[in-house]
Design a protein around this ligand. Structure first.
Ligand SMILES: [Zn+2]
Length: 571
């Protein structure tokens, strides 16, 4: 009995001691895990090919932008997009989710919904409204079509929503997808995406995130920085001889006439757009400088990298994509824009040194996809190339099918060379009119395949249903498996011959296919927690997010299928 009482007192005593220990711990809340970066800056350079790092390297040195990341950081030299199509929305989704369209659902910038029979834009959300301008459509945007978590979502979850996340880009999808699903209920902790509205010249957001722009962004919008960039016009940054030596000719019939209906040659007059056309800046290097100005304001006003938990700034530079599309990888315009982007990145790094502190932040720089050379430029040099487009292919197929079977519109859409069939109509024919029309899905697929293979541009037509049983190099097979989402994908994928791109005009270039020119992207790591070095090992784009997760000691995003790039992280 005595023993029992003693034991009871002992228990109460122990409990009191424990409670006191808890109380003491509460008075002295542990700080975040040491050596974690204060800020992660994710930089996507839209359409940046890996080879630009080396083609332009001699001209990067003075600025200390790309070369600082390359010399002092870690470069994964053989990083590839591992799904189709290689376009902006899917690229940003892959970088930030570590996943692929089959899982994260972003199967393109646009896709055809074969159930609803309508096209869907990747970040379209008709339930929300524009905040920051009067352009109604520009702000009907949110991440609701993104099915898995992002690394930024995971950072917020891990920090109990104390980490701040800001996504910035000229493109809505370049800002929205990286910023994740964004819990705005916390209110006081910044967690948002802002993008550029070319109609008003303002950076905007949507009611998904907030009902009013932060004051710092309203102030920046009121300054109309675009006009001051326009006053600088666009002249060559380096002596003319340099461009003569390293680029194609300045004037070519296959370049778009972006700023002058008569020519595609320097110098470009931009002053004529002042107060008249705020969209043009996106296709000039000043688009990058405008984004930098907003980024610096965000870092400053939102005090990014100033708290114990890690913050995340997701920047996507869209201008390189617009410039690439218009003028191509070997143009004076593209070369010039990268010389200037290097200075822009150097300015960003210097700003981070001053505000967050040297060695206190981590930078990850990559691209959402790369890009092809202009077909006519390649043909000029006897390299195979060509142009095809979804709309013509769909019309051509429907005409051929109607000619053979007497039925219209059995192809409901062709999107990123992905063919969608009208399943309901085909089933109806099979059930009710099989005595007059000898057609089912397999017969239609065979007909389409036969028809397309007679075209000069087409290499293969692959049925998603038997992608794993037909002879196909494993690289393409894996990319197709990673692409396929039963609701958002079609039935047959056209694999074009090398050099053939999706194109609606006779000028400029594009991207979207599986070839190395569209899939080989840069991947640079720099700063807190990052080793110095390079690897030539094959790395998938899906490895980026789990590596950031490992660096931050947080969960990889929910749908991540990538592997940690161990060499990058300091032990
Ligand atoms: Zn593009």
């Amino acid at each position: 009995m005595k023993y029992t009482i003693n034991r009871k007192y002992l228990l109460i005593f122990s409990l009191l001691v424990s409670l006191q220990m808890v109380a003491q711990t509460n008075n002295n809340v542990p700080t975040s895990t040491p050596n974690k970066p204060k800020l992660v800056v994710g930089i996507v350079v839209d359409q940046m090919r890996w080879d630009y790092l080396y083609r332009f390297q001699p001209f990067f040195k003075d600025h200390n932008g790309f070369s600082r990341l390359m010399d002092k950081g870690f470069s994964c030299e053989n990083t590839f997009v591992n799904y189709l199509p290689t376009v902006t929305a899917a690229g940003h989704a892959c970088i930030y989710t570590g996943s692929v369209p089959a899982i994260h659902g972003i199967t393109g910038n646009n896709w055809w919904d074969n159930y609803q029979k309508k096209g869907i834009y990747c970040t379209q959300d008709d339930s929300v409204k524009t905040v920051g301008s009067n352009t109604a459509d520009a702000g009907k945007m949110s991440p609701k079509n993104l099915l898995t978590t992002t690394i930024t979502d995971e950072l917020r979850l891990a920090s109990n929503f104390h980490s701040k996340v800001v996504g910035l880009s000229l493109k809505d999808r370049g800002a929205i997808i990286p910023a994740g699903h964004s819990d705005t209920s916390a209110g006081h902790v910044m967690n948002a995406a802002f993008w550029y509205d070319g109609q008003s010249g303002n950076f905007i957001t949507s009611t998904y995130y907030m009902n009013e722009l932060p004051v710092w962004l309203q102030d920046l919008n009121n300054r109309k920085l675009v006009d001051s960039f326009y006053t600088q016009n666009w002249n060559l940054a380096l002596p003319k001889q340099v461009y003569d030596k390293f680029c194609d000719k300045d004037e070519n019939p296959y370049e778009a006439r972006m700023f002058n209906s008569q020519s595609s040659s320097f110098p470009y007059n931009l002053e004529k757009y002042i107060r008249k056309d705020y969209s043009k800046i996106s296709g000039t290097p000043y688009g990058n400088d405008l984004l930098l100005a907003v980024a610096k304001q965000a870092i400053d006003a939102e005090q990014l990298g100033k708290q114990e938990t890690t913050d995340f700034l997701a920047l996507s530079f869209s201008a390189p994509d617009y410039i690439g599309h218009s003028f191509g990888p070997n143009s004076w315009e593209l070369f010039d824009s990268y010389i200037r982007l290097d200075a822009t990145i150097a300015s960003l790094l210097n700003y981070l040194d001053q505000t967050v502190g040297k060695d206190q932040y981590t930078v990850v720089l990559t691209a959402d996809h790369a890009g092809a050379h202009i077909p006519e430029f390649l043909e000029k040099h006897n390299i195979p190339a060509g142009r095809e487009n979804d709309k013509d292919l769909m019309n051509e197929l429907n005409t051929a099918i109607a000619g053979k079977y007497g039925v219209a519109d059995l192809v409901t859409s062709v999107n990123d060379f992905d063919i969608y069939l009208n399943h309901e109509e085909i089933a109806y024919i099979k059930k009710y009119v099989s005595n007059t029309i000898d057609l089912d899905e397999d017969k239609l697929k065979d007909f389409i395949s036969d028809y397309l293979l007679r075209k000069d541009e087409v290499l293969r037509v692959v049925d998603f249903k038997n992608v794993n049983t037909v002879p196909l190099p494993s690289t393409i097979r894996e990319m197709l498996n990673n692409a396929y989402n039963p609701v958002r994908s079609g039935d047959l994928e056209i694999i074009m011959k090398s050099g053939v791109m999706s194109s609606y005009g006779k000028t400029g270039m594009s991207h979207g296919v599986w070839y190395n020119y569209d899939t080989h992207i840069p991947l640079l790591w720099y700063g807190a927690g990052i080793n110095q070095g390079t690897t030539n090992r094959h790395i998938d784009m899906t490895d980026i997010a789990p590596t950031i997760a490992a660096l931050l000691k947080i969960q990889p995003p929910s749908g991540s299928i990538g592997k940690v790039i161990s060499e990058v992280i300091k032990p």
